[in-house]
Design a binder for this molecule. Sequence first.
Ligand code: SF4
Length: 359
Amino acid sequence: MARPAIDLAALELHELVSFVESLGYRPFHAKQVYRWIWKRGVSDFAQMTDLSRELRAALVESATVSVADVVAHDTSVDGTQKFVLRLADGKHIESVFIPDTPAQTFCVSTQVGCAMACAFCLTGKMGLVRNLSAAEITSQVRLLAGSLELLDKSFNIVLMGMGEPLHNYDATMKALRMLNEKEGLALHPKRITLSTVGLVPMMDKLAQEPLMPNLAVSLHAATEETRATIVPLNKKYSMQDVVDACKRFPLKKRSRIMFEYVMLAGINDSPQDARRLVKVLAGVKAKVNLLPLNEAPGIPFERPSDESINTFAKILADRGMAVSVRKSRGRDIRAACGQLIVEGQSGRKPAVQKAGAEP
Ligand code: SF4
C-alpha cells in the first residue's frame, strides 16, 4: 500500500533534510525546496524549476505542500483584511491583515476557538474546538504573505487571533522556529508578539526558549476580584502570579512587556483602577495598551466614553507609565480584537459561506 503523502509545509528544515535524504538526495536539495515553499510561496513541485526532473518526480510521488483554503475574505473601510480559512478537517479559523505603515501586521490564530472563556471575547464563547498544528499556524502566514505580495517584504506577526498560544505550546514554538528559519522567511523573533492571558507555568517555560518573541500579557484589570470576573483563568493563576512571572521574564535592553487592558465601562475603567494599575505594575518594565471594547452582540459589556479612556490614559502617563490607546481596526468586518469567531463550530448556525455560494 502506498505511504500517505508527507506535508513538507509541516516540517522544520532539519526534518525536511532527513526526508529528502531518505529519497536519496542531499541536504542542499532540502534547502532549495524550503526556499520554494517559504520564500516564493510555491506549493506545486512542477514549478520548482531548479530541482532535477527526478527529484520533482520523487516529491510528487511521496509528498505534498498544504495550502490554506480561503472560504471568505473581507476588506474593512480602514484597509484591514479578514481571511476565513477552512482546515483539512472542515474546521474554520480566521487571520487578519492590518496594513499599518510602516509595519504590516498579520494577526494569526493558534487554536480553533479558545478554552480561556474571557467574558468580553467572542472567540472565548466558542470554547476550545482543537489545537492547530504548526503547519496550520504557519500556513496563515504563508497565505497572507503570498496573497498580499509581501513574501520578500518585512512584516510583523501577532499571535492574537483565535486561541491562547501558550495553551498550544509545542505547535506554537515549532511554528516560530519554522518562521525564523533563514532559508525561509527568516522572521526575527522581535517581529513576533505572543499574547497570553497568563498561563504562568508556560510563561516560565517560554522564558527558557532560545527564540524569544515579544511578550504581551492580557491583564484587563487592576484588582484580583475584577480580573476573576472577566478572566476565569485568574482563579487558577492570580493577577499577582502573572505579574510575578513577568518580573522573572528575561527582557533584552530597552524591551518591555506589553500589558493589554480591555476597557469595559463601569467595570475596570475608573480613575481609581488606573491608579491601582500603576501600583500593580511597579517594578515591571511595562507598557500598557488600552483596548476600548469592541462591542458585539452577545458580549454583556459596553465601551467606555472617550473621556473615561483619556482620563485613564492620562493618569498612567502622568505617573511615568508608557501607554497607548489602540485604534480599533476592522470593526465593520468583525476582524477587531475579541471579535474573531466562526460560528457553526460550537453548535451554532454556520455564518461563513464559501465565496460565491448561495446565501
Ligand atoms: S481574549 Fe484571547 S485568551 Fe481570552 S477567550 Fe479570547 S482568544 Fe481566548
